[in-house]
Ligand binder design. Sequence first.
Ligand code: GDP
Ligand code: MG
Length: 597
Amino acid sequence: MKHIRNFCIIAHIDHGKSTLADRLLDFTGSVTEREKQAQLLDNMDLERERGITIKSHAIQMDYVHEGEQYTLNLIDTPGHVDFSYEVSRSIAACEGALLVVDAAQSIQAQTISNLYLALENDLEIIPVLNKVDLPSANPEEVTDDIVDLLGCDPEDVIPASAKTGIGIEEILHAIITKIPAPSGKVDAPLRALIFDSVYNPFRGVETFFRVINGSIKKNQHIKFVATGKDYSADEVGTLKLIQHPKQEIKTGDVGYLITGIKDAREVKVGDTITDAKNPTTEAVAGFEDVKPMVFAGIYPVDTEDYEELRASMEKLQLNDASLVFTPESSAALGFGFRCGFLGMLHLEIIQERLEREFDMTVITTVPNVSYQAYTNKHPDDIILVNNPSDLPEPSTLNRVEEPFIKASIITKADYVGPVMSLCIEKRGEITNQSYLTTERVELSFDMPLAEIVFDFYDRLKTVSRGYASFDYSPIGLRTSKLVKVDVLLNGNKVDALSALLHQDNAYDIGKKMCEKLKELIPRQQFDIPIQAAIGAKIISRETVKALRKDVTAKCYGGDISRKRKLLEKQKKGKKRMRQVGNVEIPQEAFMAVLKLN
Ligand code: GDP
Ligand code: MG
């Protein structure tokens, strides 16, 4: 145990976490030439393309320091706020963290939010000033910022370049000398924290854990505390680039477990593994059942593909337990599913995986957060509103509560004004403003989560010219004045275009929705009126004018193959169109309300 170090790397996105992880693997000889490829830890295609780590993984390195052999377990953490619960569990599995700060960008919102998580878990923090090789690096100033933030000595900050290799040895030295060794009880009953799991289609779910007390042995009869289920530990081992099966994983160490579980939902991040016959009396603190934050309908473009979509979603759920879905039907779109996601990135990932891995073409409807409504008749019964159509009739409605978040934004002093206006427009209330330096300001707001879903990131980027970073955490529900805004096309209500909006914004957004839809809906043989309505009241109207001529008219009488080609071309363009009544609606239209500006 004395020779184990468990650590993670925390950083704002793009500050160099993955590059540093690769460099550490390189330096410790944990990777062979053949295995070398950019960003080893991001092993899903999607992650590599987006350059972000979606799922956390762990990897073990061996390193000799002053003649003694050490085992270093690097636990990777996801880099997006949608997965912050997983970040918190990965952090809980460590004794120390490398806090990586870009020497050109300095401290950003995720630097601080991750640091707080690490401090809550009493982690030893090793500050790393990365990218010192950059000509735009500002090492003295950024070191000062770090010293201010942590209250450490300037000498504690390690100047490094994950790109060129500067400082890597110093970082390894600090990991060994500063991060405490694990301190569990070897003789106590098994108590291990699940910090991650990955679905493997051949071997079932692989569970990654950190042993806190006792040990876990091959073939041991084990139990998961939160789910209450028991299993045989068919295989346990350590995680190098490939898995190394072992007879036993001991106190303080990190490993993987295979039990033949085929459904990701049985393995909950944050759950405790214990011995089935001699269980621990104390589960690891901090377990939460993750709840979806954003909901949207997913429908097949072709109604005949409904069963295939269901099968695909079920398979996806086996390897992504945070995806939830229930069947729903829409008058406009037919049969589909109401799906719950951790956030907007998660929604995009699921949509993309459905297309890439399952070859499904789907339509996603306007996302919304989960509201709680109460009626006058039963003021104590919570009605979960995960779909605009679930909102009770206004006449029977007592009140609606909506989820709020605490948003933290770090920006340059020059952009405080525009950032504040944006947040206030988004129904934010400022709760704190503090100057980190004379140049950099941290702003805190209480804001409705729904406003973040609706094009917040893009606008923040625009108003701050890219100089703002943003992070948030949920702070519970608050009463809010919500109305359902419906959209009518050609006089028919299209339920899949309905949105729940705050009363104060409803007129403005309803108007913009109509304008946007006018841009997106292709012209047809007849005029298409577009209306927004609250209840029976029309609040806005636009018209898509009819086409003058038949598109095929210009090759009238001409060669038939040309005409067919033209029709085929049109059909292709229609791939993502849905016929609703007699109006063709493109996919973008269903998401239009997200990008109104
Ligand atoms: P992550 O989002 O924190 O995982 O960041 P990445 O490791 O993906 O790095 C983001 C970008 O910064 C990539 O283009 C890296 O090549 C680059 N980068 C990372 N470390 C360094 C460094 O020390 N020096 C320079 N010049 N670029 C770096
Ligand atoms: Mg990364």
